[in-house]
Design a protein. Structure first.
Length: 135
């Protein structure tokens, strides 16, 4: 069974245009918030991975399919899960909903390569494999 983590955020005024519609690129920021919370709730802190284990989750590809706009002050629900994981690559999948209406606003995915500080691909340390490879 794939683990899904839900995170709620509110669309801030600074994230919108003059009509109160969220700028499209903010969805990628919200994906990152969902991914960070997925990791945190799984017992993984990005900063610790980087500093203690020389493991970086580098974005190699990002996609977003927009269904409807997010607007100023909407409460959003971001659903995040590991779609696919191998020892050197992790793909996260996202769904963003308007929390009040339940309307799906966007779906997306990010694919990450595990690297060391030097930017060279490496195998995900074993202590993190059980979190990501299990989904």
């Amino acid at each position: 069974m794939t683990r899904t983590v839900e995170t709620k955020i509110r669309v801030r005024y600074a994230e919108t245009d003059q009509m109160g519609v969220a700028y499209y690129a903010n969805f990628f920021v919200w994906f990152e918030i969902g991914r960070t919370e997925y990791c945190r709730r799984s017992g993984v802190v990005y900063r610790d991975m980087e500093l203690a284990d020389d493991a970086y989750i580098v974005v190699a590809e990002a996609t977003c399919r927009y269904q409807a706009p997010a607007r100023y002050d909407d409460l959003l629900r971001i659903r995040t899960q590991v779609k696919e994981a191998r020892k050197r690559v992790i793909t996260f999948a996202y769904e963003v909903y308007n929390d009040a209406t339940g309307q799906l606003l966007a779906t997306g995915a990010t694919t990450h390569v595990i690297t060391g500080r030097d930017g060279r691909p490496k195998t995900l340390p074993k202590k993190y494999q059980k979190v990501f490879l299990a989904g």
